[in-house]
Design a protein around this ligand. Structure first.
Ligand SMILES: [Zn+2]
Ligand SMILES: [Zn+2]
Length: 338
């Protein structure tokens, strides 16, 4: 009596494949999500590159560099949508089979038998056309991998190319400086929001911490860029550990390989200020910002006495980010000519 329904159910169990289409956004980018439980970062990949450049066996997360095959990157929303559509599709198949079985049953029933009996399938016929998963709004930050040319987009920042896993040192540096400026730009917004809910202490502590970590971020970003660019110069000596944290030592190294120095890119005054910033970072990192003799000797900063705590202002960090950028542009050019 339920031959057709049973046949379709068997089919579903073995051969039937349900494909749910995924739409690209208006700029032809597809939504993706990192499958690592710790990350779940959402980003986009240009549909053409996804089809032509990406390899089935390995795709990388732009944020954490988790590696998985190309079938693992559906977003939570796409998976939910596919589940919903599949259930509807299966309901539709079963509904149709039940109707067929009912029609056959009614045709074959002996009308002259003792009792009249007919089978009817009630309910609305389920729609069988698949609704594609809609794409999320386009993301502003578009990135083209300098190594493989893959196009992808993210919100915020990205460290790795999803196609080849390459980490762009220069883009990472640019992102770090951008992050510092974004933090500084939002200090007042954060401060006001916290004060509004009566968190005056929280506002003060949070904002001071944002400014101080931004100072460190600038210097770490520079150090990392310098290390990477320096190591790429052919015949360059191996740079001692953390040498680019120390202005004079780092400067000496650049002079030996490219005949250029920090004095070529910064004024004497700027270089002096930069030394003070580097020493302030050292204090924040190693003595909670409390001034010691070493700081006074190395920075020649006469505005503090031993035992005081340094004060870092938003404008100062903004100025530091400009100095670091100038210096970075200098070493970028010098290292590409070396
Ligand atoms: Zn990830
Ligand atoms: Zn790449």
């Amino acid at each position: 009596m339920f031959e057709e329904t049973i046949r379709q159910l068997n089919n579903l169990g073995s051969t039937h494949k349900i494909a749910v289409p995924i739409e690209a956004d208006e700029e032809s980018y597809l939504d993706k999500e990192c499958p690592s439980e710790n990350c779940l970062f959402q980003f986009k990949i240009h549909a053409e590159d996804w089809a032509n450049l990406f390899k089935d066996e390995a795709v990388f997360c732009p944020l954490c560099r988790h590696e998985a095959n190309s079938n693992s990157w559906w977003t939570t929303e796409q998976r939910e949508h596919a589940k919903e559509q599949s259930v509807k599709q299966i309901e539709g198949i079963i509904d149709e089979s039940l109707r067929k079985d009912a029609r056959r049953f009614n045709r074959n029933w002996h009308r002259d038998s003792f009792d009249q009996m007919s089978l009817e399938v009630k309910g609305v016929r389920k729609r069988r056309t698949m609704i594609p998963a809609t794409a999320k709004e386009a993301m502003e930050l578009k990135i083209v991998c300098e190594k493989c040319g893959a196009r992808f987009s993210v919100i915020g920042s990205a460290f790795f190319c999803p196609c080849c896993g390459h980490n762009s040192v220069e883009r990472t540096f640019d992102d770090s400086i951008k992050k510092v400026r974004v933090k500084l730009d939002n200090i007042n917004v954060i401060k006001n929001a916290l004060e509004e809910i009566g968190e005056k202490n929280g506002a003060e502590i949070t904002c001071r911490s944002l400014i101080e970590t931004s100072l460190s971020d600038c210097i770490v970003a520079f150090q990392r860029l310098a290390e990477q660019l320096f190591s790429k110069i052919s015949n360059a000596p191996v740079a001692p550990l953390n040498v680019f944290q120390r202005i004079d030592d780092g400067n000496g190294l650049w002079q030996t390989v490219c005949d250029k120095s920090y004095e070529d890119w910064l004024t004497i005054e700027e270089l002096k200020d930069l030394k003070v910033f580097f020493q302030k970072r050292h204090l924040l990192l190693h003595s909670e910002g409390i001034v010691d003799q070493r700081y006074l000797d190395r920075s020649r900063d006469e505005s503090y006495k031993i035992g005081q705590r340094i004060v870092v202002k938003e404008d100062e960090v903004r100025y530091l980010s400009n100095l670091i950028e100038k210096l970075a542009n200098g070493i970028r050019e010098a290292s590409s000519n070396a």
